[in-house]
Design a binder for this molecule. Structure first.
Ligand code: Q46
Ligand code: ZN
Length: 307
């Protein structure tokens, strides 16, 4: 037991025990481990290198703040991107956290406000379209990540998805055998059109707990609250189930993801939807319909303010 609490690298007193690696680390060696994981992931999956311009999507939560911090401190050419989605106090508070971090650390940040810039309201749209708030919000976010990245000449869009997120998504997709999603689940989503920017997840082998530890030891401010609409999401239940499995058998989540990527994913490649991609007749962004969903949202919002 005592052995477990000694750092596996330097034998000093361990401050965090990672059961799935059967290893404890002191603060300094944990940072070495964390940095190494990010380095390995970006290299192994050819996500980006130091010459690339990377757009990092920031929500203000621990994962995206950790990602922004580690990439900037490792000398990558990163710009943060924050979208104010008009979700009451949650949006106001997160914007403050993100802006203050950028200012204190001299980091570049692009802020988009969907209400001020485009007149979009996710609540009104979700009512008008009879779609869930998260589905409307998700479409808007995906559109803006890509548009900002493409217009700004970025080589990749990086998100803070962690091991817990990836394992929960995989479990959800497996439970209903979502072949199309399984074919695409990967730490890297390559570009399939000249106007689509590659999406990458450099933290996909690090857990929520490790990201939390990283932000705490680096004294990075972050928003503790989750988006109020995340409450009750299916993914939270999947995370709880996986945590239970992890308790009994440490390493389950990592094995689930890495074995899927190594052995499982290829069996779903035929299920990749071969969608015909075209350019939106209004904004020129990639879509499968004549007018993209974002431009339809803007049109609908304008009609409803006029009437
Ligand atoms: S989709 Fe839904 Fe998230 Fe948008 S409304 Fe909040 S929970 S932020 S990842
Ligand atoms: Zn459009």
């Amino acid at each position: 037991m005592e052995n477990k609490l000694k750092c596996v690298r330097c034998r000093k007193k361990g401050v965090i025990h990672l059961k799935r690696h059967n290893a404890a680390f002191c603060q300094e060696c944990f940072l070495y481990y964390y940095k190494n994981q990010v380095k390995k992931n970006t290299k192994r999956h050819r996500m980006f290198d130091k010459e690339d311009k990377v757009l990092v999507v920031i929500s203000g939560g621990k994962d995206s703040m950790a990602l922004w911090h580690i990439l900037a401190s490792e000398g990558y050419n990163v710009t943060g991107m924050y979208i104010n989605l008009g979700i009451g106090q949650y949006s106001d508070k997160s914007q403050q956290v993100v802006e203050s971090f950028a200012q204190k650390n001299g980091l570049e940040l692009i802020v988009k406000d969907i209400k001020k810039e485009y007149g979009l309201d996710i609540y009104k749209l979700s009512k008008l379209l009879k779609r869930s708030t998260c589905s409307v919000c998700g479409s808007i976010k995906r559109y803006l990540f890509n548009k900002v990245a493409y217009d700004g000449g970025f080589s990749a869009v990086a998100t803070g998805h962690n091991l817990d997120d990836e394992a929960a998504t995989l479990l959800g997709n497996v439970l209903s055998w979502e072949e199309g999603y399984l074919a695409r689940q990967s730490p890297v989503l390559e570009s399939t059109h000249p106007k689509l920017v590659k999406k990458v997840k450099p933290l996909y082998t690090l857990t929520e707990r490790e990201n939390l530890f990283y932000v705490l030891i680096n004294k990075i401010e972050f928003l503790h609250d989750e988006c109020p609409h995340a409450v009750g999401a299916r993914s939270i239940l999947y995370k709880e189930v996986l945590n239970r499995l992890e308790e009994e058998s440490p390493g389950t989540k990592q094995r689930f993801i890495t074995s899927f990527l190594e052995k499982g994913r290829r069996h779903f490649q035929d299920a990749q939807e071969k969608l015909e991609l075209r350019e939106c007749s209004i904004c020129g962004q990639v879509t499968t319909t004549e007018v993209c969903s974002f431009c339809r949202f803007v049109r609908l919002s304008n009609q409803n303010t006029e009437s």
